[in-house]
Design a protein around this ligand. Structure first.
Ligand code: ADP
Ligand code: MG
Length: 674
């Protein structure tokens, strides 16, 4: 984990090694980005042999802040010398000799970088072009311009590094939630151990002020915990015996004992850190495109510069003029900031998202979200709270209590929210009631079970129809859960769920941000789904769907979508893995404590705040737009300047200043992401 704290080497920011992955579901296997032994194409090739002293110098310099700061100091010295030289009465050969001093000071950094790149087999690289341009300018008598070029480029590189480091530091903040040790309680007493060595079932002591090291359940003590790091929620939770607590949360008020539920690497905090670390390794298409563009643009500019600088004067003379124009082209061949600062924009957005309690599995997921024109919502748990309550019972030839008791017995092990509502309503089960056995859950339908020798069905109308059992059609609209014993109809229960607070605002905000179509899918009945869909302004509704039919609906929309647009699916994490994976972007709500959500979703909203859906969309769109702008401005700007340069409408001095200004403009644009 500590590897992540290292500043990002600059070369990792502009060139792309990994395939852009929409490889749904395969993300978890992504190698940690900064791990030295991660197999990258570049590492596989044999490095070019350099004299030992150069290798050493280079290793010290590239990508280390110390090196960058030193380069900046050298550039500063060069600048001071440059100004001082203006006041010296120099003449003849003394002029180039004197100006060579600041030039050398300013050039050191770039020469080392150029060697570093060549060693990585990128023979035509930005630093080399910069050095060549400086040589050409110097050779044609533009001493000040030559030094200024090197100085300004150093400043731009320094700022780039600072930006990259700052975002790396922000990214690394998440790993601070991992505790270094756990207090294991055993017969011998308390023992400080490595959290990775703790097993499920072990009892841990978590003191007030400490982070909870592994996911567990409280066995003793009452306290409040701060879950902000893993849930994005600011208000602390009160917990006591029986409550689940998650690794990465901070125990605030008093000591508690917890029984560990999951091993360390499957606990919430460590998993989120893993996800956050891997995310930067999945590149957005925009970055890949920008990198590919630069891969051709730089050599093309160099080639053109060579042709211009040599061929024209061979035939027509005017060496000084054409060599200067060639220098201008070389300067502009270094297209603005590294990769147009697009990776920075996306990385910044990733860390902003995790500060909100939204974990995104890759930069490419953010990009795909920004292009989403259709958002599909699963009703239960995404649009509604997913907490049903029984509101009415209509028994047939039995008491309300009996009806509830039968239903609750059959539902005793179901994890469906309707089952929980029925168990709650039934309260303590009647002692004489036989325990349910051979319970079978029928997705999208209900459950079947045996109470003694009697077969019980509890579920929707479709379930009873499938078994040829006649039932009463409810007079009121609502979700009816019918109960039948041995083909005898026993009546039905009405259950309701509440629409999430701010659901309407959340959906409208999505529209304002460019979402064109909102789709609602549900297994619930039309009479419940329709009013919700119309109240919330959904464009399309499919109700009474079985789970596999929901997957088909998602598949259909995916097949018929616009070419450049994407589809996002928002659902609760549990039991919607296929849907989350089926869309371009799967967004899981209420992911805290859900292994399924963490495995299947691309974006995990840890708490249940539906407004975080538009928030994360807005974040992704701002990033996307900034990336588009940077690419357009970077390529357009430098191409325009290059054109002016070829026709001699741009002086070398203007080229030096404007290209540095363009780079800084692109970097400044990344600051908009906040
Ligand atoms: P959704 O998540 O869209 O609400 P589900 O597929 O979870 O849809 O369920 C669809 C319908 O199937 C529910 O509205 C309910 O009528 C019925 N159902 C599913 N599971 C159960 C269950 N355990 N007990 C009773 N009814 C169930
Ligand atoms: Mg469901």
């Amino acid at each position: 984990m500590a590897k992540h704290l290292a500043p990002t080497p600059k070369h990792e920011l502009n060139f792309i090694k990994k395939k852009p992955a929409h490889a749904n579901g395969q993300r978890a296997a992504a190698p940690a980005r900064h791990s030295k032994d991660a197999p990258t194409k570049r590492a596989a090739r044999k490095p070019l042999k350099l004299p030992a002293f150069l290798t050493r110098l280079d290793a010290e310099n590239t990508a280390s802040t110390a090196g960058d700061r030193r380069a900046l100091i050298f550039a500063g010295i060069a600048a001071v010398l440059l100004i001082a030289l203006r006041f010296l009465p120099l003449a003849g050969w003394m002029v180039p000799a004197a100006f060579a001093v600041p030039l050398l000071f300013a050039a050191a950094e770039h020469v080392l970088r150029a060697f570093g790149e060549i060693r990585n087999r990128r023979y035509i690289n930005d630093s080399l072009l910069t050095c060549l341009a400086a040589v050409l300018l110097f050779a044609t008598g533009l001493y000040t311009e030559a030094a200024l070029l090197l100085i300004l480029t150093t400043v731009v590189l320094y700022l780039e590094t600072r930006f990259a480091e700052k975002s790396a530091r922000e990214e690394a903040r998440i790993s601070a939630i991992l505790p270094r040790s756990a207090a294991l309680l055993s017969e011998e007493g308390e023992q400080r151990v490595d959290p990775a060595a703790v097993q499920p079932g072990d009892i841990l002591l978590v003191r007030a002020g400490e982070r909870i090291p592994l996911d567990g359940v409280v066995t003793e003590g009452i306290t409040t915990i701060d879950t902000a790091a893993v849930s994005g929620q600011r208000s602390p939770w009160a917990v006591n015996a029986g409550y689940k607590v998650y690794a990465g949360c901070r125990n605030l008020t008093s000591d508690i004992k917890i029984r560990v539920l999951r091993p360390y690497d499957r606990s919430t905090g460590p998993k989120l850190v893993q996800i956050a670390e891997a995310a930067a390794g999945f590149d957005a298409e925009q970055e890949v495109r920008a990198a590919a563009f630069r891969r051709y643009y730089t050599p093309a500019a160099a080639g053109l510069a060579l042709v211009l600088g040599l061929s024209v004067p061979i035939f027509r003379g005017g060496w000084v003029l054409w060599l200067r124009r060639a220098a201008v082209l070389l300067i502009l061949g270094r297209t603005a900031a590294d990769g147009f600062a697009i990776p920075l924009i996306y990385r910044k957005s990733l860390s902003l998202a995790s500060a909100l309690g939204v974990f995104v599995k890759g930069k490419d997921c953010l990009e795909a979200m920004a292009r989403a024109e259709t958002v599909i919502f699963d009703k239960t748990g995404a649009i509604t709270e997913g907490r049903y309550a029984v509101t009415d019972a209509f028994p047939v030839k039995m008491s309300e209590r009996q009806l509830l008791a039968i239903a609750a017995a059959a539902e005793s092990f179901s994890r469906h929210p309707i089952a929980a509502a029925i168990r709650d309503a039934a309260g303590e089960l009647d002692e004489r009631m036989v325990r349910a056995v051979k319970i079978r859950e029928i997705p999208g339908r209900g459950v079947s079970a045996f109470l003694g020798k009697r077969q019980v069905y509890v579920g929707n109308a479709a379930l009873l129809e499938e078994h040829g059992i006649r039932y009463t059609v409810p007079a009121r609209p609502g979700t009816a859960i019918h109960v039948a014993v041995d083909e005898h109809y026993c009546g039905y229960l009405l259950v309701t769920d509440k629409v999430r607070r701010r659901a309407f605002d959340a959906l409208e905000t999505l529209r304002v941000n460019g979402v064109k179509k909102l789709v609602l899918l549900t297994g619930d009945v039309m009479s419940v789904a329709r009013p919700i869909a119309s109240r919330l302004n959904f464009d399309m509704l499919r109700a009474e769907l079985r789970p596999e039919e929901k997957a088909k609906a998602v598949g259909y929309l995916m097949k018929n979508k616009g070419q450049r647009s994407t589809i996002a699916f928002v659902g609760e994490g549990e039991n919607s893995g296929r849907l989350l994976r089926g869309a371009d972007v799967g967004i899981a709500m209420g992911s805290l404590g859900s292994d399924q959500a963490l495995a299947a979703a691309d974006v995990m909203i840890m708490d249940r705040d539906i407004f975080k859906v538009p928030k994360i969309f807005m974040l992704s769109r701002t990033a996307f737009r900034a990336a588009v702008e940077n690419f357009a401005l970077g390529t357009g700007g430098s191409a325009l300047l290059a054109l002016l340069g070829v026709f001699g409408a741009l002086s070398p001095l203007a080229a030096v200043i404007l290209s540095a200004a363009l780079s800084m403009l692109l970097l400044l644009n990344t600051l908009r992401i906040k």
